[in-house]
Design a protein around this ligand. Structure first.
Ligand code: NDP
Ligand code: ZN
Length: 354
């Protein structure tokens, strides 16, 4: 097989590898469409998960099954499937405790492009196919289907973790594709006022369509001060973080009401500590809760999120700004993610030649 890989830190390229082999409960899938993620960039160019050599990148794809293990019950060769970025081992004790994303140890459910080859290969190995794959609903196009691997589950998870409820004032920090799905998730959970933090006109335009009511830019000064000014000094009920860095927790805590909570899905790519301001955190007693989580994966989650798309609750096509035709264009799509031109939200590569 051929794949687009992290050859070593700061170096990417196409490599050849032996085809993966399906275990009894696994499937081998060929990609129909794939998308690069900002996390691939953190991994390659910041060494955020440590050094990796000749590791095929990518964890956002939909595909068609080419082989199944002899114990796979619900999928067969030829089925078109949604592939979640997170593919836990469902039988382990972390999963039994309700944290399948950490099966096998912290972040262990994140296998693609972390602890095994990712989806930017001509063949993709999926563990526990019955538990991790979902049939691709025929109403969903293959480019849009890629948004169900990671962007939709991650953005909605930030809202879920923070517990957004009816009428909440919500701030979403960062409105790249993940933040845009935070916006949509918060709206679906019942947010009232929704203040989005971003600087690019293209993302602001889409955030408005997804339901953001107010906009501020981190380039216009302290975002906590801007949120407090907009809310008469009261602040927000919930803050969802999908952009910024380790220091972003400082304004997030400052703009949060006592009793409020933060849902962070931002991947902190470097540095040793995050910054929590002591006084605004109620000197440790402000009931301001910080949640941070990897997106949950698995079949049930994919089926439910697929239903949101099929029934028009989320239109992920609004986020796809660049489309490529042909597997080898993965290299350009990854480079786009690296450089982030102002008109980019998300690129997708259609793998019609595989
Ligand atoms: P993007 O780079 O596309 O978007 C980042 C957003 O943050 C942009 O709106 C940007 O503004 C904004 N931003 C940049 N700097 C600051 C700052 N200092 N303060 C406030 N906002 C800022 O990223 P993605 O949407 O693709 O991904 C977001 C994060 O989510 C990444 O770290 C990614 O790795 C992570 N992630 C986490 C997952 C999980 O399971 N938890 C899964 C997938 C991704 P603008 O561009 O307008 O200037
Ligand atoms: Zn990702």
């Amino acid at each position: 097989m051929r794949g687009f890989a992290m050859i070593k830190l700061n170096e990417v390229g196409f490599i050849e590898k032996p085809d993966p082999v399906a275990g009894h409960r696994d499937a081998i899938v060929k990609p129909l469409a794939v998308a690069p993620c900002t996390s691939d960039i953190h991994t390659v160019y910041e060494g955020a998960v440590g050094p990796r050599e000749n590791l095929i990148l990518g964890h956002e794809a939909c595909g068609q099954i080419v082989e199944v293990g002899d114990e796979v019950k619900d999928f067969k060769v030829g089925d078109k499937v949604l592939i979640p970025a997170i593919t836990p081992d469902w039988g382990d004790t972390f999963s039994q405790a309700g944290y399948s994303v950490h099966s096998g140890g912290m972040l262990g459910g994140w296998k693609f492009s972390n602890i095994k080859d990712g989806v930017f290969g001509t063949r993709i190995h999926v563990n526990e196919a019955d538990a991790n794959l979902a049939l691709l609903p025929p109403e969903i196009d293959i480019d849009v289907a890629c948004m169900l691997s990671d962007m939709i589950p991650t953005g909605l998870h930030a809202s879920e973790m923070s517990g957004v409820t009816f009428g909440d004032t919500v701030v979403v920090i960062g409105i790249g594709p993940v933040g845009l799905m935070c916006v949509r998730g918060a709206v679906l959970h019942g947010a009232g006022r929704l203040i989005a933090v971003g600087s690019r006109p293209k993302t602001v335009e889409v955030a408005r369509i997804f339901g953001a009511t107010d906009f501020i830019s981190y380039k216009d000064g302290d975002i906590a001060e801007q949120v407090l000014a907009l809310t008469n000094g009261v602040g927000a009920d919930k803050v969802l973080i999908a952009g910024g860095d380790n220091d972003t927790f400082e304004p997030a805590i400052k703009m949060l009401k006592p009793g409020g909570s933060i849902g962070n899905v931002n991947y902190l790519g470097s540095g040793e500590y995050v910054k929590i301001p002591r006084v605004e955190w109620g000197v440790g007693m402000g009931h301001k809760t910080i949640h941070g989580g990897l997106m949950p994966g698995g079949r049930l989650r994919m089926e439910k999120l697929g239903s949101l798309v099929v029934n028009g609750r989320i239109d992920p096509s609004l986020m796809i700004t660049h489309r490529f035709e042909g597997f080898d264009h993965i290299a350009e799509a990854v480079e786009l993610m690296h450089n982030k031109p102002a008109d980019l939200i998300k690129p997708v590569v259609i793998c019609s030649d595989i």
